[in-house]
Write a protein that binds this ligand. Structure first.
Ligand code: IMP
Length: 429
């Protein structure tokens, strides 16, 4: 019998708490694989009182014995990857033989990071994306432009060096003249990359084949998305997006399996909304409430430390995410962050400038910039939910809030997270 293959996907602008959900689900699977993104992601997981932030490795790495894969859809920053492997090992986690990287995955190279910065600096304030500065966009541009370097290229020192040198030359052509210390730092980083590439060989694998074989033999697999639906290159708030397909379809192409192998898609939504980086956020709070929620939810970027903008739960976006990802279930996170609020609102539709009301998430980003959300306001529960372990432990108003999210998204809630720790979770049967 074929094994289960679950995709875990973010349904807002990233930072929904996927790391915690994957960490909980990893217990029950054999393989955890990331399918897109790179070191722009920051998955925060708490083990006992220890906070661990993972940027490249799948959250499953903290579970002894689980195989962790990085698919072809991922862009790999070699230096950060090894730093993270070493850091995890220093915490006593044995990773030997447990990590595999697709031979087809592209590398994020030092010149991609420089290009990322240069592009952002040269853009006008309104055009600036607010990237994480990790070289993600340029790495995917090189991939699509057929001048990237893949993990498979690390098998041959000479060829790797040639590709690296020609990539550097091409990148330099679109860079302004660098300051001498910047130019030196870039050269040094390129040399480090050339040296580290050899170490990559032992990790190289065919992730599509590994996953297909595991499923065929009845083992189960979790495909872990990074960022969120509204940051998807095709389905997000373009151009204020990341450069990969964060949505569930990206899981099949980003690992190398057919979509028919996927058995369920779990969408992760935070019980309110946040966004880091530039671009529209229709349900954004006014400054005072924004500040208040940021404190309540510790809403600062896991990768860059930037403050996240906060807003009410946007059911227009969540419904869109349910459709685009084909969600079979939802995980609602950070419910406890709302515990102290007297009233809680949900956006159910958008009023637009021409006087009409829309219920679908618009493709046009300038429309989204100017929409006025229509809110439905529910009473808060003003009680501590962090100790809840079953649905019946939750206050009536909290359950009513969750019921409304289910109704508006037409998707059943399978999990509710009520705190940062592994055990602070409700499984809905
Ligand atoms: P990039 O992925 O670094 O190119 O950044 C593009 C956009 O995606 C920016 O708005 C980033 O803030 C956002 N972004 C990238 N990764 C994450 C993430 O893991 N969480 C939230 N936002 C992200």
């Amino acid at each position: 019998m074929s094994g289960r293959c679950t995709v875990v996907v973010g349904c807002q602008w990233g930072d929904e708490g996927k790391g915690k959900i994957v960490d909980v689900l990893a217990e029950e699977v054999d393989i955890v694989a990331r399918y897109q993104g790179g070191a722009n992601a920051g998955h925060t997981v708490y083990v006992a009182d220890d906070m661990v932030v993972l940027h490249q490795l799948p959250s499953g790495i903290l579970h002894p014995g689980k195989r962790c894969l990085l698919g072809n859809g991922v862009v790999l920053d070699i230096a950060r990857f090894f730093e993270e492997c070493d850091a995890v090992q220093a915490r006593g986690v044995d990773i030997s033989g447990r990590v595999g990287v697709s031979e087809r995955a592209h590398l994020v190279l030092p010149y991609h990071r420089v290009l990322d910065r240069v592009l952002e600096e040269s853009a006008s304030a309104t055009d600036r994306i607010g990237t994480t500065g990790r070289g993600i966009g340029p790495a995917y541009e090189f991939k699509a432009g057929r001048r990237g370097i893949r993990v498979a290229d690390a098998a041959d020192d000479r060829r790797f060096r040639e590709l690296l040198d020609s990539g550097l030359e091409r990148a330099r052509a679109s860079m302004p003249r660098l300051e001498p210390d910047e130019a030196r730092a870039l050269d040094e980083a390129v040399e480090t990359t050339a040296r580290l590439a050899r170490r990559l060989r032992e990790f190289a694998t065919d992730t599509g084949m590994e996953v297909a074989e595991a499923l065929a033999s009845g083992r189960s697999v979790l495909l872990e998305g990074a960022q969120g639906t509204a940051l998807d290159l095709d389905h997000g708030t373009y151009p204020f997006v990341t450069s990969s397909n964060t949505t569930a379809g990206g899981a099949a192409t980003g690992i190398g399996i057919g979509p028919t192998r996927i058995t369920s898609v779990l969408g992760v939504v935070k019980s309110y909304t946040t966004r880091v980086g530039n671009g529209p956020l229709p349900t954004a709070f006014a400054p005072e409430m924004d500040e208040h929620m940021r404190k309540l939810g510790s809403e600062f970027g896991a990768t860059t430390g930037r403050p996240r903008r906060c807003g009410w739960f946007d059911a227009v976006l969540a419904r869109y995410s349910a459709r685009v990802n084909g969600l079979t279930g939802l995980a609602v996170t950070k419910l406890d962050v709302l515990d102290s609020l007297a009233e809680i609102s949900i956006a159910t539709a958008y009023d637009i400038e021409d006087g009409s009301c829309i219920r679908e998430f618009p493709a046009d980003t300038s429309t989204l910039e100017s929409v006025e959300p229509r809110y439905e306001t529910l009473p808060g529960w003003e009680a501590d939910t962090s100790g809840a372990r079953s649905l019946s432990d939750l206050p009536r108003n909290a359950r009513a809030y969750l019921d409304r999210i289910q109704e508006l998204t037409d998707t059943p809630i399978d999990w509710i997270s009520v705190g940062t720790h592994r055990d602070q979770i409700v499984r809905v049967d």
